[in-house]
Ligand binder design. Structure first.
Ligand code: ADP
Ligand code: MG
Length: 403
């Protein structure tokens, strides 16, 4: 019996093709990420950064949920089964004539910031933050594609492929891999701008053009900072024209002051002075969401401005200690204004259709053994997994298929 009925192509990235599919067993729709690379063993698969990172970061309401790993040892093909999302942020804004509402932008950015904070606090940085890797369904947002991620405590220089040029931070462009988790924050600033404006902020055509475009808007940084980068660089002359900062405000005149201030704080040239995700969540731009969350949790408390809390005022920053306390005791998983709806009615699966270009992994092999995945080999293995996942038994990673 086929385990999943393939329905259509959902997306394509540098390393994979993503297909929409439906579980034959329970009718649930999923996204199956079929990797272009082939793998030799289950150990190699389990060592993949993408899988390791997802294991560490799941479950979180703003990180895409990995449900299953399908590995066909005979062909070396690997597919990751994820919860199905509607579209990516690029698809949301592409060709759009009207701006997104302030409320929607804020909800998306809040969730993106929460995902980023969760990643960074768990020692992982993404390294490929861009609209294509951020997925949405209705008002919910989740970060996907951990294929390029690294551990925060791993040591630079990082020499392998990193983020798409347009979203690349200055330290990545200028040095030979001497960057850290703050590069994600730069990418986040670029994405934030793009969601507001509906066009990319720095669409560089090559690395030099990319740097120039950044300097045109953010301004050429002080010589001390450039000299610091120069020490870690061998591929650039560092003879940049001096450009005055113009800022992003004129490019998005319809955006609020808070919004512009936060975007600019995220796009701070010096990574050491760039905001963290945690601090961004405390920015006054988000104060109404935080206040709404607080009122959901403590409906009997009066509005915080009546309590003299700094969060009550539009112009003041959130009290970080209170906020931390709130996070610790945060039992509600949902934002107050996010609608949840079952977008995909569970229909009984239809007979399999032939779809051109489908990867072999999904076809005959599965029928040979039937529904054979999700086996833990010994009780000891299972105990290990339980420890790893806590008692949350909904993740069936490491399932070797077919046996
Ligand atoms: P790659 O590592 O090859 O870039 P991604 O994980 O970014 O692969 O996926 C490629 C594209 O597939 C995404 O840009 C998105 O459009 C789509 N996609 C990925 N995961 C899902 C999902 N869970 N639900 C819906 N679409 C997805
Ligand atoms: Mg991708």
């Amino acid at each position: 019996m086929h385990k999943y009925r393939l329905i259509s192509k959902k997306g394509e990235g540098t390393f994979s093709e993503v297909l929409k599919a439906q579980s034959v067993k329970n009718g649930q729709y999923v996204a199956i990420k079929c990797m272009k690379n082939h793998f030799q063993s289950i150990e190699q698969v389990n060592n993949l950064r993408e899988i390791q990172a997802l294991k560490r970061l799941n479950p979180h309401q703003n990180i895409v949920r990995l449900q299953e790993v399908l590995f066909d040892k005979a062909t070396g093909r690997l597919a990751l089964v994820f919860e199905l999302m509607d579209m990516n942020i690029y698809e949301l804004i592409r060709g759009r004539k009207n701006y997104l509402s302030d409320r929607r932008i804020k909800l998306y950015m809040y969730q993106l910031m929460k995902a980023m904070d969760h990643m960074h606090r768990n020692g992982i940085f993404h390294r490929d933050i861009k609209p294509e890797n951020i997925l949405i369904v209705d008002d919910k947002l989740k970060v996907a594609d951990f294929g390029s991620c690294r551990g925060i405590f791993s040591k630079p220089p990082y020499t392998e492929y990193i983020s798409t040029r347009w979203y690349r931070a200055p330290e990545c462009l200028l040095t030979d891999g001497w960057y850290d988790y703050k590069m994600d924050i730069w990418g986040l600033g670029c994405v934030f701008f793009e969601i507001v404006s509906l066009f990319p902020l720095f669409p560089g055509t090559n690395e030099l053009d990319q740097i120039e475009r950044i300097h045109n808007i953010i301004g050429t940084p002080e010589p001390e900072l450039l000299n610091k980068f120069k020490k870690y660089s061998s591929h650039l002359k560092f003879d940049f024209d001096t450009k005055e900062r113009t800022g992003v405000a004129t490019l998005i005149p319809h955006a609020s002051r808070d919004c512009i201030e936060l975007i600019e704080a995220l796009l701070t040239y010096n990574p050491e002075k760039r905001l963290t995700a945690r601090k961004s969540l405390l920015h006054s731009y988000f104060s109404d969401i935080i206040e709404a969350e607080r009122r959901i949790r403590h409906p009997k408390l009066p509005p915080s401005h009546q309590m003299g809390s700094p969060s009550g005022s539009d112009n003041t920053r959130y009290d970080s200690r209170k906020h931390q306390h709130r996070r610790k005791h945060d039992k509600s998983k949902k934002l107050p204004t996010i609608r949840t709806r079952n977008i995909i009615p569970a229909k009984p699966p239809m007979p399999s259709q032939e779809i051109e270009g489908l990867p072999v992994i999904m076809s005959k092999k599965i029928s040979a053994k039937g529904n054979t995945s999700r086996k833990y080999h010994t009780n000891k293995d299972w105990r290990k997994k339980k420890k790893w996942y806590g008692n949350n038994n909904q993740y069936h990673l490491n399932s070797q298929w077919p046996q």
